[in-house]
Design a protein around this ligand. Structure first.
Ligand SMILES: [Fe+2]
Length: 314
């Protein structure tokens, strides 16, 4: 990597106000040693989506992942969901939480409950997709992307790039209605489809989970998790859920495999990663406006504060 500022012990890496802050320095996105710390202090100490309760139906033992750590879970005779780590580490190290049919796991036995961290998350899911607990897995994808895991998350937390980079998405969404709001571990994006009264809503749960839902008579849920493969590479894993019997056809499978918006974001983010690794860039500024409109990057700043807090970089 290029010679860059490495303020590991600074207490002022990131200002609390997005108007005042400079972005995290570029080495945060290129340093292999840092990824080791991120695994321990971020991925293994926070809640990640590992599956749906329906994955454990009919006595099945389901497998999910927190980054590169496999998790098993199953339904107990009492009706509850239980689990342990596959590598044999003491089961007490694994905690599970079910919110609106979605199973989340945390490898830190001392972590706060997910429901207490974000009380609005579960209710907002079932409010938007009332039949969410009935859904079943219909397809999975795995894409490898040549950028740091944080780059694509930051991309998803702002829509400044949407109009120039996502023509299809921008045709579908009324950008004037697009808003994102971050509170603790949860960011929720809301808005309206263009020319209709159909809302959209999607969620980012710190650090690795994104949930995109289409409500309606045939609800669809797209949940994306991540596995870091190196400082400059990660795997994006997509889990797609529908009602039993609503089986996607070949065209719908192809859309899940190569969604235009995802592929457009991969190209942008791989370009951003090349820029982060160049000698010409150290850190930048956030684009924010008072209205916190669709072009405002306040949720990216919130994410970077979570990173800085977890790594004790401030
Ligand atoms: Fe995007």
């Amino acid at each position: 990597m290029a010679t860059q500022e490495r303020p590991r012990h600074s207490r002022k890496v990131l200002a609390r106000s997005p108007e005042q802050a400079r972005t995290l320095p570029s080495w945060i996105y290129t340093d292999s040693d840092l990824l080791v710390r991120e695994r321990e202090t971020i991925f293994r100490r926070n809640w990640s989506f590992v599956g749906h309760v329906s994955d454990a139906r009919d006595g099945r033992v389901a497998t999910g992942w927190i980054d590169d750590c496999p998790i098993r879970f199953w339904r107990e005779p009492s009706g509850g969901i239980a689990g342990e780590r596959i590598d044999g580490t003491a089961p007490s190290k694994l905690r599970l939480c079910v919110l609106s049919g979605l199973v989340f796991a945390n490898l830190d036995n001392g972590a706060d409950d997910l429901e207490s961290l974000t009380p609005e998350f579960g209710p907002s899911l079932i409010d938007f997709v009332p039949r969410i607990e009935e859904l079943v897995l219909c397809h999975q994808i795995r894409h490898e992307v040549a950028c740091n895991w944080k780059v694509l998350i930051e991309n998803s937390l702002e829509c400044y790039h949407c109009e120039p980079c996502h023509p299809g998405f921008s045709d579908d969404v009324d950008m004037a209605t697009y808003r994102s709001e971050s509170d603790g571990v949860l960011t929720m994006h809301t808005g309206m489809q263009r020319g209709s009264d159909t809302p959209f809503r999607y969620w980012y749960l710190w650090p690795l989970t994104e949930i995109d839902a289409n409500p309606g008579e045939k609800p669809q849920l797209s949940i994306y998790t991540r596995e870091a493969l190196g400082a400059g590479r990660f795997a994006m894993i997509g889990h797609f859920y529908r009602l039993p019997g609503d089986i996607p056809d070949a065209q719908e499978i192809a859309q899940m495999e190569s969604n235009d918006t995802l592929l457009e974001d991969y190209a942008i983010c791989e370009s951003v990663q090349r820029g982060l690794g160049s000698r010409g860039y150290g850190r930048g500024r956030f684009i924010v406006d008072r209205e916190r409109s669709h072009i405002s990057e306040h949720s990216v700043h919130h994410f970077q504060l979570l990173v800085a807090d977890a790594l004790d970089l401030r």
